[in-house]
Structure formats: C-alpha cells, structure tokens
Design a protein around this ligand. Structure first.
Ligand SMILES: [Zn+2]
Length: 122
C-alpha cells in the first residue's frame, strides 16, 4: 500500500456552543490540515495522485474557511465547528473535488495545535 499526504493550513475563529469551559468562548486556531490518499499500486506515471492536484483542491477549499468565524459558515452555522466536524467536512469536500479519483482519498487530519489532532477516515 502506498500513501501520500499533503499538508496545508488556515486560520479561523470558532466557538463551541455545546462545550462547557474555555472553548465555549470565541477564540482562534492556526489549523494544520493533513490530507492523505492511498492506493495499493501507483498509476503508470508512478504516482498515487499528483501532489499538486491534491494541494490545489485542498487549498481552494481552505481559502473559503481562512480568516472566518467558522460558526457563521455552512455547515458550522448548524453543527459544532469541532476539529472532528471540520475534518469530516474537509474530507467530503476534497472527495467531491477529486471527482472520479475520489476513492483515493483516505483520511483528513485537522490539527488545532501541535499536540491535538482529529482525523476522519472513510
Ligand atoms: Zn478551539
């Protein structure tokens, strides 16, 4: 099995509505996003997927979140903007962006800090 991963980032604010504690108050993170693709065999060109294509799709999406209050953006106006939910959202958006290559997408990890990550897998 081969795995490739691209790393990107965005900065945003959020507030966890259902949390009791510090995170219910408005605060921000410099999120790091790891997007991983897997395949048992590389294609004829020797690649699982072009890093550039995965970066472009991911960065186009993260541009929509960057420097926003996540609670005001769909779907986080209705669901909690937790790292878990952000990871699932990014996964499904990147999956859509990949089109017929969507099966290659394996996981999305969203890092809220250097020591805290939530990952979503298919
Ligand atoms: Zn937070």
């Amino acid at each position: 099995m081969f795995e490739v991963e691209i790393i990107s980032s965005f900065s945003a604010a959020h507030r966890l509505r259902q949390y009791k504690g510090k995170c219910e108050r408005l605060h921000g993170h410099n999120y790091r996003v790891h997007v991983t693709a897997r395949a048992s065999n590389p294609k004829a060109d020797g690649m699982v997927i072009d890093f550039g294509e995965l970066k472009r799709i991911t960065n186009d999406l993260l541009e929509r979140l960057d420097h926003h209050l996540l609670n005001e953006i769909k779907p986080f106006d209705e669901i909690e903007p937790s790292a878990e939910n952000i990871a699932e959202f990014i996964f499904h958006e990147v999956e859509q962006g990949l089109g017929e290559k969507c099966d290659l997408l394996y996981s999305v990890g969203v890092w809220e800090s250097d020591t805290s990550v939530a990952r979503y897998f298919r």
